[in-house]
Design a protein around this ligand. Structure first.
Ligand code: SAH
Length: 269
């Protein structure tokens, strides 16, 4: 989805802001629109999950600010990032806010766009391939399948402090009843709790895939079953960023066939 408005003007300077989805890491998965936006940026505010190969597409003269932990700021507070964006636009810069995956999927892109629009700034949003699509596709796992899944549910495993988060037991019942594929973002830290709750409705043998660093040279994955999820994560030393896919669509994929022949963990070539 893209919303285009005229650039902002202040003191004769024209600035603009584009929230750009950088996809899961492989530059080949960028949209043409994303590449064009990056190439015309004068200021780039870059999230941790954006790969260096993508940042390298920026013009040499552009100012690149890493606003994640990698940039040395202990995970820059959201309010500060929004302030930086606003200041740069007011200074007449062509600002590109580069976000991993899609800006509007668990990326706080909604909050950033709202904030800028409330300040009268025009915001363009460029879709990126979200990790929940790229991860399964990297293993040949279809998210829907006429025989296995009628739909797909993208959900976060991260619970905001002070909130209760999703009711995983209720969710498990819905997933089972409606035959949905479950795609879990940010679920590695709470995998034990999620596994336990899902097992209240889903069979222990439900196939699960964990895909780490999807689409990148360091991509790794494991195929397992729901009752073995946490053990597999621990044994294989899988960590963040990873996508967890739960459901029968994992069964019968090329990745599953390989697992039958080899140990659970595979390193992408
Ligand atoms: N906006 C992003 C999601 C940000 S939330 C998107 O649309 O993809 C961060 C979570 O996304 C991570 O904890 C992980 O669950 C997932 N993620 C992001 N990049 C990933 C990648 N390359 N491989 C696997 N998971 C990834």
């Amino acid at each position: 989805m893209t919303t285009t408005r005229p650039p902002t003007q202040r003191n004769g300077l024209q600035g603009s802001c584009t929230l750009v989805g950088a996809g899961p890491g492989d530059p080949e998965l960028l949209t043409l629109r994303a590449v064009r936006a990056i190439e015309s940026a004068t200021v780039l505010l870059v999230d941790d999950l954006v790969s260096e190969a993508i940042v390298a597409l920026a013009p040499r003269r552009a100012r690149v600010v890493h606003v994640g932990k990698r940039g040395g700021c202990q995970s820059t507070p959201q309010a500060f990032i929004e302030k930086l964006m606003l200041m740069a636009v007011h200074e007449g810069e062509t600002v590109v806010r580069l976000k991993g995956g899609d800006p509007f999927v668990f990326g706080r892109g909604g909050e950033e766009a709202e904030h800028l629009r409330a300040e009268g700034i025009a915001v363009e949003v460029v879709n990126g391939i979200t990790a929940g699509l790229a991860g399964p596709t990297a293993l040949g796992i279809p998210l829907t399948h006429r025989e296995h899944a009628h739909g797909v549910l993208f959900i976060t495993g991260h619970t905001q402090p002070g909130t209760s988060g999703p009711d995983w037991q209720q969710l498990a019942a819905t997933v089972q009843h409606a035959r949905l594929t479950l795609v879990i973002y940010m679920g590695m830290g709470s995998a034990a709790r999620i596994q336990q709750a899902l097992l209240t409705s889903l069979p222990a043998s439900t196939p699960v895939a964990v895909i780490e660093h999807a689409s990148q040279p360091r991509q790794r994955h494991a195929i397992t079953t729901l009752d073995q999820l946490v053990d597999t994560i621990q044994c294989e030393g899988l960590g963040s960023p990873s996508i967890i896919v739960v459901g029968d669509v994992v069964r019968g994929t090329a990745a599953m066939a390989e697992t039958a022949r080899q140990p659970a963990l595979h390193h992408a070539g």
